[in-house]
Design a protein around this ligand. Structure first.
Ligand SMILES: Nc1ncnc2c1ncn2[C@@H]1O[C@H](COP(=O)(O)OP(=O)(O)O)[C@@H](O)[C@H]1O
Ligand SMILES: [Mg+2]
Length: 386
């Protein structure tokens, strides 16, 4: 087959309904094959041209009827809605009416291109993100602190957006760590019935550093309505949008946690250098092994490390765990407490942050030297991959 024929095969046809922007005529890989403004014109265009995708102005009073017509004539067509509306309820109704993607007004051609490709399930535009779970072996070991630093470190290391999901639905502290009172939470998102990248984007809160946050439910009750299927769907969808997803797990191993955990590429267990923490870590490792989680998926990090203070050594821990410790995060109670109480991230030059950023880079497989300049006493501590 000739190069031109291959290129033509790749070109998808579009129908524009109520949308008129000259920039749409010159989109690579797409051609505008039909335009319509009334329902009659749309029906005719869909039957005669049979386009691959429909771009429709959702702000027209007849948009929902036009969507119904479209689904009736071409049930498989990829529909992209364009709207100036930001109310999530509107977005939910548009998705339920058949829109696979939403692009905001004023129209941005690049954003629309991403939306069209996603709606057409063009795999070349789909992200397959990595998922890093963080769980404490004992309550208060520092999972949330590490997860918050981890997501910032991942965004920094990859120079791409990263998402932090607060999976501690009862007592999670992720939103508080950024002093956020989000309008939407993981519970609102999952109560929509179906999940889609557009809805996910609406539910997350962007914070500085290329990081997005999905907050815990507003009430404990709402969290209890989330089941393992919903949780699994959430992580699966998040992976298609964000190159890195960090999940801050609660201090328990139940069905909902397991649903997310199965999709983790890495699970980081956070311990402190105490005998009970090591005992619990042994217990957790054994449970994970019996559930079939491969050992190489699991990493152990020691948090709140202080030189020459602990009763037990890293060698003893490694002997008990039969596993290398991946890294040590220093103790800095004053800075960590101040950050939590003020709802501000731990500063980028703080030793806790730099240690976790290095670990994030290592987990992702990026050389840590490229990310954090070696400096100070902590740089001399060993941080190694197991
Ligand atoms: N590296 C650290 N140095 C000092 N204190 C820490 C450190 N990490 C966590 N903490 C403290 O431990 C407490 C529990 O931390 P958190 O991250 O909420 O743990 P978890 O999520 O495991 O319950 C917080 O009050 C925090 O101040
Ligand atoms: Mg926590």
């Amino acid at each position: 087959m000739s190069e031109k024929a291959v290129r033509n095969m790749k070109i998808k046809s579009l129908c524009l309904h109520g949308v008129d922007d000259p920039a749409l005529n010159s989109m690579v890989d797409f051609k505008v094959a039909a335009r319509s403004n009334s329902r009659e014109e749309l029906r005719l265009a869909l039957t005669s041209v049979r386009p691959d995708a429909l771009i429709i102005d959702l702000d027209s009073p007849t948009a929902l009827d036009a969507l119904a017509d479209t689904r009736e004539i071409l049930p498989e067509i990829a529909i992209i809605g364009v709207t100036g509306e930001t109310d999530p309820k509107f977005v939910i109704s548009a998705v339920r009416a058949g829109c696979k993607q939403i692009s905001p007004k004023p129209l941005d051609v690049n954003d629309l291109l991403v939306a069209i490709r996603r709606a057409l399930n063009d795999t070349s535009s789909q992200v397959t993100g990595r998922v890093i779970g963080v769980m404490a072996a004992t309550g208060g070991a520092g999972a949330t602190t590490i997860a918050a630093c981890m997501v910032m470190g991942a965004a920094e290391a990859t120079k791409q957006r990263a998402l932090l999901i607060d999976a501690d639905f009862d007592f999670g502290g992720v939103a508080r760590a950024w002093d956020l009172k989000p309008e939407h939470t993981v519970a609102d998102l999952l109560s929509a019935g179906s999940l889609d990248p557009v809805l996910l984007e609406k539910a997350v809160v962007e914070v500085p550093g290329n990081v997005a946050i999905l907050a815990r439910p507003k009430t404990i009750d709402e969290g209890h309505a989330i089941d393992d299927t919903m949780m699994s769907m959430l992580v699966q969808t998040a992976k298609t949008v964000f190159p890195t997803v960090v999940v801050d797990f609660p201090h328990k191993l139940d069905g909902v946690v397991w649903a997310a955990l199965q999709q983790c590429d890495k699970l980081v267990i956070v311990i402190q250098m105490t005998v009970p923490a090591v005992d619990n870590c042994v217990r957790l490792l054994s449970a994970l092994t019996s559930l079939g989680v491969p050992a190489e998926k699991i990493e152990v990090i020691v948090n709140r490390y202080r030189k020459n203070v602990h009763f037990i050594s890293t060698e003893l821990i490694e002997e008990r765990l039969q596993k290398k410790v991946m890294g040590l995060v220093p103790n800095d109670f004053k800075s960590v407490c101040a950050a939590i109480d003020m709802g501000r991230p731990i500063p980028a030059d703080n030793a806790v942050r730099t240690a976790v950023t290095k670990l994030a880079a290592k987990l992702i497989g990026i050389g840590d030297e490229a990310v954090v300049a070696k400096s100070g006493w902590f740089a001399k501590l060993r941080i190694r991959a197991s």
